[in-house]
Design a protein around this ligand. Sequence first.
Ligand code: LAN
Length: 760
Amino acid sequence: MWKLKLSKGEDDPQVRSVNHHIGRQFWEFDPSSGTQEERSEIENIREEFTKNKMNVKHSSDLLMRFQFANMNRSEIEKPEVVEKDDLKDEVLVKTLKKALKFYSTLQGEDGSWPSDYGGPLFLLPGLIIGLHVMEKMDAVLSAEHQKEIRRYIYNHQNVDGGWGLHIEGHSTMFCTALNYVSLRLLGETMDGGQGAMTRARTWILHHGSLTHVPSWGKLWLSVLGVYEWRGNNPLPPEIWLLPYCLPLHPGRMWCHTRMVYLPMSYLYGKRFVSPISSVVLSLRRELYKTVYLQVNWDLARNQCAKEDLYYPHPRIQDFLWNGLNNFAEPLLMQWPFSKLRKKALNIVMQHIHYEDQNSHYICIGPVNKVLNMLCCWVEDPNSPANKLHLSRIKDYLWIAEDGMKMQGYNGSQLWDAVFAVQAISATNMVDEYGSMLWKAHNFIRNSQVRENSSGGNNESWYRHLSRGGWPFSTPDNGWPVSDCTAEALKTVVMLAQMPNHLVGEAIAPECLYDAVHLLLTLQNGNGGFSSYELMRSYTWLEAINPAETFGDIIIDYPYVECTSAAVQGLRSFTKLYPNHRRAEIEACISKAISFIESLQLPDGSWYGSWGICYTYGTWFGIKGLVAGGKTYESSHSIRKACEFLLSKQLNCGGWGESYISCQQKVYTNITGNKAHITNTSWALLALIEAEQAKRDQMPLHLAAKVLVDHQMENGDFPQQEIIGVFNKNCMISYSSYRNIFPIWGLGEYLNRVILDKSPT
Ligand code: LAN
């Protein structure tokens, strides 16, 4: 049976860690574990998913739940049945206690709450192609792994034969081509999968064939040898040699984009192609409309299926790419300019090694993880870097009832933990559930990044400071995020004010000072906070975004979520340490508040970039303004925001926002006007924060009733539609939100509305 392992790695000399692997999570297959009964129970769960896969696309993280339920069997008493008919205090208290009790069984010994961070469907293919090229498929992925990966890919094929950018999306060329190719590399035959392969191939051929794959797909296919480098727009590595003062210097890009285009430019600069295997030759015949030798590669450079076109290339890119392709590249490939290329490739490789070492071979995300690994292999197949990379692949793989997936990060451990602590504290049942907070506190304290990258020489590698920050996942990943830092700061300050004997020792003040220092350095001139670094260049540069499937990727934009979190984090810090850098903090908060106000849309909402969408953004907008000292009475912005939220409440009392909101930038309900518990909780929390209870409590009662009604018998809440997003167009799963936010929403509702206590 599959087993989830937590905080493990000490016995593997290939993996190093700054915090003894606290928070690390990965799955291992143990053929001898589990009884026959347990195994067949898992099989049933899987079959249920597959049977229902066209209606319910999101898995419910049931393998993890199964493991935790078995471990905690003795602790789980028979749950009391809650009478939900009318919402009295006792009903609320019982619901909350049950929810907390259940959520406590999902907490790991290390204090984190592991969960599934899947969703995008373009990540596994990168890994599969990479391993195929490196001839490491069977060495890294056991037969059981490969079986579960195939299960996952098949489970997420749409009825029309294609695959979406993410599990709930319409079919795209990017993911259909790459998942089809992955299945073939995993040994599937051309007409295998009971017709599934044929349907996929038909989809690809009907939508323009491989020439219409977007640019990121073209790169992977070129590496594999199924597509020609001539059919790619240039990605010259020489861009790293330009002076930093130029606005388009890669050091000024959003770190994710920078880190993805870095290894891409290496592979492009080398025109690396894997040795051509027989599957590759066959794929060249399977996926084009004409004979491979007759494909018009020059035309193909700019072709892209319309299903994939979220960000169509502006005209200027045609000039740019044509110029580079027809004049610059031919020159750079020839002596004496080829010397420059050699130098550029060398520098690019140094940056790759730097990123690998500073992230303990986890890398900043799943895309550059695999690309960097491949580059290290291309540079030297026998280098130690290769082994170090291979040992960190499992950090990205997760298994649920829909199969094995590659996650969008090496987990969301820190992020979930800081929200969970805030949710649990909001219930005010701290005495009873103190042990959860104790463990989580320990986890958060141990997840802070303690040093700047590579001992302080960070700037020459275009890295911001890291010391004092908190990452989204684990400190081994090593990239602090502004809002993760701010939310963690808020949380540790909150825990420091609770009794030590309940929640453990408070964090050392120096650690808080470091976090504050880092936050202060992360504020942009306009008052806003971006995600990882300062905004280092201009928004007009978005015009050169070559990735057709993603929006807003060129620079690190300032976000309402990050700015609001920074205000909240700093404000709670000043309550505990009123004298530490007070003037700077106040100045920072007041600029941030004006920035948040400036981002508000005319209808009173805020666009949320990392959760869906207007409910998420508006919750952050309101929280930020309130933390900055604004009230409903004093702030026109807050009044408008409340009006907005109330206008979107469904007849059933909940809120349910579709992922379409993020793409189209228009508030859109989920089909059938269905309530979503996470959206409902965000709206409920936002309204409570804006003191809705003083005006009209009915919307709050209705929302709370929706949450109570959704609770399952064991205290869990149902997994509904996917709720996270990035780069406007791709959705991503936050599998803990279904537990965290109903607890938080109901907790605040009980204490601040029903019992009418002011927040602590
Ligand atoms: C994340 C995950 C965390 C997220 C929050 C902390 C929630 C947010 O408030 C700030 C932005 C951040 C850090 C974020 C940025 C974009 C990420 C890294 C992701 C959504 C996880 C995956 C995504 C990454 C870009 C995926 C790889 C794809 C590319 C287009 C490079």
